[in-house]
Design a protein around this ligand. Sequence first.
Ligand code: BJ8
Length: 425
Amino acid sequence: VELHKELLSSIGVDVERHAKMMGMGLAGYQAGFMSQQNRPKGMAYFDWFMSEIQAERIAEINALKAQKKPAVGTFCIFVPEEIVVGAGGACFGLCGGANPPIADAETELPRNICPLIKSAYGFKLQHTCAYTQSADFIYGETTCEAKKKTWELLGKHHPVHVMNIPHMKRERDLKMWQEEIKEFKEHIEEVTEKKLSLAEMLNGVKLINAKRDAMKRLDTLRGMHPDIMPISGKDALFISQMSFLDDPKRFTGKVNELCDELDERIKNRVSVFPENTPRIMVLGTPIAPPNWKLHTAVEGSGACIINEEGCIGHRYFKDNVDIEGVQSEDELYARLMQRYSKIDCACFTPNTGRTDKIVQMYKDRKADGVIYYTLSFCHTYNVESHLVTEALAKEGIPCLVIESDYSPEDAGQIKTRVEAFLESI
Ligand code: BJ8
């Protein structure tokens, strides 16, 4: 951060406050991650990335901007990053997982909305997220009520575009969705001031498909073996979190290198947890960095998290864009829409595919229990938890529901509930 002070200040970051926040984040990472025993060597890259998360990576993004490449900030996996990457730019998730900016956000936003939104909004008010400050624009979406209305306020502080994501998946909804993807591409062209070709977009799809393939490989290695967990759930979550920030090509290479090592670990029966450690699946809302509370509680209580079903996790990488035989831009938009409309976010009604998928994932992974995690005031995931837990109960799958925000106050209570749950399974 020291090295890049000038850059940070030129993009409007409050350098002093930012340094304080980063200090806390890095200290939390060092204490919670680097102290783990028997970590794979391949984590060294991700440790390095953490140290440069608001420094070297920000310099890279701003170097792209200097070449008139787009920099787009997002809060949702519905934004088609393939198009931004195809234009040679960077598409990244914005800070929204920390507690300190929430008090500032509450000067403009109601208190009783989701912490993710308040945190992200607070980061903007404080000028303490260098990604937000680097973004040509923020691309919002019409998913949940709170986000949808927040864009109108956020637009006072930063350029915002909003993508209209339908709440149902009927023919006419999907048609509109495809139009939205086309319009997204036109907004990207406004930044670059040149036409984005089909070939460039296809190249973007290939890069992001490769990233999703690497993430799927990690997901399989991490959670599919019945008694060898070659990497901790915490480390795997961190990699998922970084998948929204890092350069996709470099990231893919590093995840694949790590997976080679995990392959070896499995062959040599090297596990970071002892035999018979309970294997837990986590469902629900996105777990944005540095929100490591749940993973810390679970893995600190003698269990292992073998995957996250949410958007910072499986929902993000489960599907690729099929570009086989695509000859025209319209065909590509249709394929992108087909891929993106497979996302089973609780903002859709109905969303039954998600419940079926969860039961199947549980069986495939031979898990021992499920934790359904929702952020406070996230109505869609909270309401849907009833449908999911009902389906899990029918299958005899043990499930614990946890609702929490970013404050550290309930960490002890969560740990107690997790311990009681682990004893019961
Ligand atoms: S595709 S889950 S990333 S909308 S902000 S819905 S936690 S109240 S983030 Fe999401 Fe896209 Fe869906 Fe995934 Fe709830 Fe908070 Fe809303 Fe949230």
